[in-house]
Design a protein around this ligand. Structure first.
Ligand SMILES: *[C@@H]1O[C@H](CO)[C@@H](O)[C@H](O)[C@H]1NC(C)=O
Ligand SMILES: *[C@@H]1O[C@H](CO)[C@@H](O)[C@H](O)[C@H]1NC(C)=O
Ligand SMILES: *[C@@H]1O[C@H](CO)[C@@H](O)[C@H](O)[C@H]1NC(C)=O
Ligand SMILES: *[C@@H]1O[C@H](CO)[C@@H](O)[C@H](O)[C@H]1NC(C)=O
Ligand SMILES: *[C@@H]1O[C@H](CO)[C@@H](O)[C@H](O)[C@H]1NC(C)=O
Ligand SMILES: *[C@@H]1O[C@H](CO)[C@@H](O)[C@H](O)[C@H]1NC(C)=O
Ligand SMILES: *[C@@H]1O[C@H](CO)[C@@H](O)[C@H](O)[C@H]1NC(C)=O
Ligand SMILES: *[C@@H]1O[C@H](CO)[C@@H](O)[C@H](O)[C@H]1NC(C)=O
Length: 482
């Protein structure tokens, strides 16, 4: 705003200041002629360098054709000269000219602000950031007082315009809020993209041998979704449309080697190499192997464990606490001179990275039959009409079978034929009773002579049926050596 002060008026208003203010002076040219141009100069000199506007008037007419100069005259005297040119008319003769000095002074500009609620003006709906870079929300708002703008998701609050490192967990919807005495808000959806990483190559099936169909699947994180490329030892492979899966229809030697999967998006790439080899679970050959075998005492035994697998499996054995002879490659186990202590289970385990398998053989002791005795459950001599039980006691493994040579077929046998019963002995029952015990390793016999005497006591007391039954049960007791 301009402040115009007419000097004479000023004098009364600011007398103390103006006491020192000079009066502008008018100067005419020495000789002035009608119809000629003449210069009229108003000169203002002052010891302060104040800006002043000079105006020369004649009556109510202000002279227009003027120019004003400002400068320093001598030390500490500043001047302002305004020179106006007028065409001289006789009407000017004997008239008053006047020079007015107007001070010009100005404040610093100061804006006026009107209280206004916030309005978000420039704030995109969607922001796409890249992980690891520095980013900020730019969400401009107008309003007075100037609103503060913050964007918030869960517990995370970000100041508008402030840069911060970006992580993928910043993806989400943010509420950006501009606040002064009132508020305005807007949802901003943030997407954080990142380069592929954590590449994983999976081979399926995990166990694979030559001739098998094998697939390899490559998977990587990344936003935008990465594209995949492979380098392979053999070109004889098929790719899925999106290159994530590679298929080997029939695995051959040429397929073995290093496979490299590269996942790539616009922010970078990442690779992983995977060695494809054979992977075969251990297997133990069952050829010429009996799950159970019998060995005669003193015999030498050789057990073998032929195992296959890739990588070749390691072999280990478990067996009874006896001395055995293991070959350095553990493929054979030898027992010198088989004894009862050697009886037990012999297990061979084949193990590699892909699993383990165990085969067990039970070795039993084989014993040739030997008849130890024929017991007679009756005090000799046998009286006529008495009952008799004869039991053949034999050892042998496997358990021997029994057969008899009898004087008469009129006898009863226990189920395993080791015992015979004579009910009511007669003369015909007298004779040699020969028991033979037999298994696949041999046979052995024993004979016992039975005589039947005429009763002189007129018959014994009746033997009850239960006695006979008890007899039958007790004699079915076997002696079996194992
Ligand atoms: C200003 O005007 C006065 C009076 O006419 C004169 O004496 C002086 O030289 C002038 N100054 C300049 C710089 O023109
Ligand atoms: C100037 O004054 C004269 C005589 O006093 C008058 O006739 C004229 O209208 C005035 N002009 C203006 C612009 O006021
Ligand atoms: C986001 O991830 C970064 C880096 O992994 C971690 O430092 C930060 O605490 C996480 N922020 C939230 C809110 O989970
Ligand atoms: C933002 O919210 C919308 C609607 O609830 C939802 O569909 C969208 O997935 C959200 N965006 C993000 C990046 O979470
Ligand atoms: C698949 O990979 C091959 C080479 O490995 C490449 O030329 C091709 O563009 C890839 N296709 C896609 C869909 O990524
Ligand atoms: C068992 O092997 C030993 C040593 O080779 C041998 O001397 C012995 O005759 C063998 N025994 C049998 C029953 O073959
Ligand atoms: C051998 O293994 C079989 C089957 O587990 C078991 O029945 C048998 O008792 C074992 N033999 C010995 C001597 O431990
Ligand atoms: C012999 O056994 C038969 C059948 O159990 C029985 O009836 C009979 O009385 C027995 N005889 C003697 C003498 O014990």
């Amino acid at each position: 705003m301009k402040l115009h002060l007419l000097l004479p008026v000023l004098t009364s208003l600011f007398s103390s200041l103006l006491a020192t203010l000079p009066i502008p002076e008018l100067h005419f040219e020495e000789k002035i002629f009608e119809d000629d141009n003449t210069d009229i100069t108003c000169s203002f000199r002052y010891t302060e360098n104040v800006e002043v506007n000079l105006e020369i008037t004649q009556g109510n007419i202000t002279l227009k054709d003027c120019n004003q100069k400002r400068g320093t005259q001598t030390n500490n005297v500043f001047y302002t000269n305004r020179t106006c040119t007028v065409e001289v008319t006789m009407e000017m003769d004997n008239t008053d000219f006047l020079c007015d000095a107007y001070f010009k002074t100005e404040s610093e500009p100061k804006k006026m602000y009107v209280q206004r609620e916030p309005t978000i003006t420039d704030c995109p709906n969607k922001l796409v950031w890249v992980e690891g870079e520095e980013n900020s929300f730019h969400c401009k708002a107008t309003g007075y007082p100037v609103p503060t703008v913050t964007c918030k998701k869960d517990q995370a609050i970000y100041q508008e315009g402030t840069k911060h490192k970006t992580w993928r967990n910043m993806t989400g919807n943010y509420t950006c809020k501009a606040i002064n005495f009132d508020s305005d808000s807007k949802i901003v959806e943030v997407f954080v993209q990142y380069k592929p990483e954590a590449v994983e190559v999976k081979v399926s099936p995990p166990l694979h041998n030559e001739g098998d169909m094998v697939t390899m699947t490559c998977k990587a994180s990344g936003d935008p979704t990465p594209t995949y490329t492979w380098t392979t030892p053999s070109s004889n492979v098929q790719f899925s449309a999106d290159n994530t899966t590679l298929t080997i229809e029939k695995m051959e030697k040429s397929h073995l080697g290093k496979y490299k999967c590269t996942a790539k998006n616009q922010h970078g790439s990442h690779s992983l190499e995977k060695e494809l080899g054979l992977a075969v679970q251990p297997k133990i050959s069952d050829k010429n192997v009996k799950p159970s075998m019998e060995v005669l005492e003193g015999e030498n035994v050789t057990l073998s464990c032929e195992a296959t697998g890739v990588p070749p499996p390691d072999l280990s054995w478990s067996y009874p606490k006896v001395e055995v002879n293991l070959s350095p490659d553990k493929r054979t186990l030898k027992i010198w001179s088989f004894k009862k202590d050697h009886v037990g289970n012999y297990s061979c385990t084949a193990r590699n990275d892909h699993g383990s398998v165990t085969r067990t053989q039970e070795i039993k002791l084989a014993v040739k039959p030997k008849v130890l005795t024929i017991t007679m459950k009756q005090s000799a001599p046998l009286l006529k009409n008495e009952n008799l039980t004869l039991t053949c006691v034999a050892q042998g493994a496997p358990r021997p079978s029994y057969s008899w040579q009898l004087p008469t077929p009129d006898v009863l046998f226990s189920p395993d034929k080791s015992t015979i019963y004579i009910l009511g002995a007669q003369k015909a029952h007298a004779g040699d009773y020969s028991c033979t015990a037999e298994n696949k390793y041999g046979r052995d016999s024993m004979t016992r002579r039975i005589t039947v005497t005429e009763s002189n006591r007129g018959g014994r007391t009746e033997t009850s049926v239960t006695t006979i039954l008890t007899l039958l049960i007790s004699t079915s007791l076997m002696i079996y050596l194992s």
